[in-house]
Write a protein of this length. Structure first.
Length: 330
């Protein structure tokens, strides 16, 4: 029996038996947004601190983007506006539902010196590789090579307190995509090529043509489990709105556990992190196959839970709060 199907069956059994355990999800993978619904108060979720660095000690977390493959200007604008929204003040009329409010939870993640995760995120630079310089089938080593190439070429500044993110278009396959991952974050080892620094980097793929039911849920019918109608994406693009979910997940994971020694639960090679520990939770009352209570844009019927710059709306997943020890959605 397929592992993901088995996980769904177990979740359904847990519902009928009123069990209180929660289903674990793969790290950096948002294949299935299911969380067990408990009728008995569950044991608090814990993400222990492993005494290593978090991305702290600077005014901004600089994010550098590599657009790999063809993306339209409209598609790029969705991600650009999302990243710009981290520093935007909340709306006077809705302070709770803002990207910046969501990120504020990371202030509870502190390093061994008591310094919190960097308070805001900034789009610091971007390049486009529409010619598929390393082909349409990539391995993780290719993702790292793309990052290092652009640092060495002077397109990006090399920093261990930045995040270098490769975003692949819908026609590009990255090893493991759809099978066990919708994105990942990692880091380079300190070598002469990296200036003897460990550089955090990441990848997120556009799943519109390959596995929208796994990596763009709830904007596509789930490949496994309940086959409920999909929600309307807030920016009208299933692939890109799904990428926003995964970009948010990866940025939070990289900021709180950049080198595998920060905040996580489980094995370091397969951890639950700040957002991946909250898989499937987007609003209050979330349970397997149901993302929770969300806001609706009346003119379009699109579902969202966060406001951003330029009138943008986004759907972003819950983040584990180290103070309350639970997953807190917007």
């Amino acid at each position: 029996m397929d592992l993901r199907w088995r996980c769904w069956v177990l979740a359904m059994l847990a519902l009928h038996a009123a069990a209180s355990s929660s289903m674990a999800a793969k790290p950096h993978s948002v294949n299935m947004y299911f969380q067990s619904l408990a009728l008995v108060k569950p044991t608090p979720l814990l993400l222990p601190y492993r005494n290593g660095p978090v991305l702290s000690g600077r005014e901004t977390l600089d994010v550098y983007l590599i657009w790999y493959g063809p993306f339209s200007a409209a598609q790029k604008a969705i991600v650009e506006d999302f990243l710009h929204s981290f520093s935007a003040p909340p709306s006077v009329n809705d302070t709770a539902h803002a990207v910046s409010s969501w990120w504020r939870t990371t202030t509870g993640y502190v390093d061994a010196f008591g310094r919190p995760v960097i308070s805001t995120v900034k789009l610091a630079g971007q390049v486009t590789d529409a010619a598929y310089s390393r082909g349409k089938i990539l391995k993780p080593v290719d993702v790292e090579a793309l990052v290092l190439h652009n640092i060495h070429a002077g397109a990006f500044t090399g920093s261990s307190k930045a995040l270098y993110m490769v975003l692949t278009s819908a026609d590009v396959y990255v090893d493991g995509f759809c099978l066990n991952s919708c994105g990942f974050h990692a880091y380079t080892f300190p070598t002469e090529a990296t200036g003897d620094r460990m550089l955090p980097y990441a990848w997120v793929g556009n799943a519109a043509k390959q596995c929208a039911g796994q990596c763009a849920w709830p904007f596509a019918i789930a490949d496994f489990g309940p086959q409920d109608p999909p929600l309307k994406p807030p920016n009208g693009d299933v692939g890109m709105d799904g990428m926003i979910i995964n970009v948010a997940t990866i940025i939070a994971g990289a900021a709180t556990n950049p080198f595998g020694t920060g905040y996580f639960q489980g094995d370091a090679s397969d951890p639950l992190e700040a957002v991946s520990a909250c898989t499937g939770i987007f609003g209050k009352g979330a349970f397997p196959g149901y993302p929770g209570e969300l806001l609706t844009h009346s003119p379009t019927g699109a579902s969202f839970n966060a406001h951003g710059v330029n009138g943008r709306r986004f759907l972003i997943p819950a983040m584990w709060n180290p103070s309350s020890l639970n997953c807190v959605p917007l």
